[in-house]
Ligand binder design. Structure first.
Ligand code: SF4
Length: 217
């Protein structure tokens, strides 16, 4: 029953939102990791600007960023929040990848899913969401990253328990959908959260999912 409803929800989402052109799992793993670190608690526009600043100043490779001055990385990231912490994290992560993994994340991403995820989460500043974004977008690994939108929308739609933590929401969604749809589920739940299912004052009347949503107001 819940699976049928989950299918219906995805079908309605696909009819109402298009997947962006970049939504394919072939991004550079290291760039994906750096962008995701920058994006933590930061609006997407500011994340894009900070990454652009960083790319204009440095070649985005572990070796270059491992040897960059932290103050120069900070300068590039000022438009994003927590830029001092993020600059330090980016330098530390780059040093680890450069020194321990031969400057290449592919040795990590070629590990079995759980091992790859655990290894990524041992990097400083990399929690489950950042690890899952890298695994999904840069390695086509079967996982659904749960950001603030995915968490809120999945719970309101009854796709995950209301009090579920990160892992509960992730595994609840993954049980409901085939792995080929994980990328679409992640992207389309975020799109719904941004346009209709906002944290405050969700636009239930206009929302295309109000016919199936148990939290409709
Ligand atoms: S009907 Fe309202 S609560 Fe339900 S998904 Fe749409 S906006 Fe969110």
């Amino acid at each position: 029953m819940v699976k049928k409803k989950a299918e219906k929800i995805l079908q309605i989402l696909k009819e109402n939102f298009s997947l962006p052109k970049w939504a394919k799992s072939s991004r550079d793993p290291f760039e994906t990791l750096i962008v995701t670190i920058i994006s933590q608690n930061t609006a997407s526009k500011n994340t894009a600007k900070a990454f652009e600043n960083l790319s204009n100043r440095f070649k985005i490779t572990p070796e270059v960023l491992a040897n960059a001055e932290t103050s120069e990385i900070e300068e590039c990231l000022k438009v994003a929040g927590l830029f001092r912490n993020k600059a330090r994290t980016i330098k530390q992560v780059s040093q680890i990848i450069h020194e321990k993994f031969g400057g290449n994340l592919s040795s990590v991403l070629s590990l079995p899913f759980e091992k790859a995820r655990k290894t990524l989460m041992e990097f400083p500043g990399v929690g489950p969401k950042t690890a899952d974004v890298v695994l999904l977008f840069a390695s086509e690994k079967p996982t659904i990253p749960v950001d603030t939108h995915v968490n809120r929308v999945a719970k309101r739609l009854g796709l995950a328990p209301k009090t579920g933590d990160y892992e509960t929401v992730r595994t609840s969604l993954q049980r409901l959908y085939p792995s080929k749809d994980y990328l679409a589920v992640h992207i389309l739940l975020i799109a719904l959260g941004r346009k209709y299912c906002r944290a405050r004052n969700p636009l239930c009347r206009e929302c295309p999912l109000n016919v199936v949503c148990p939290s409709k107001r």
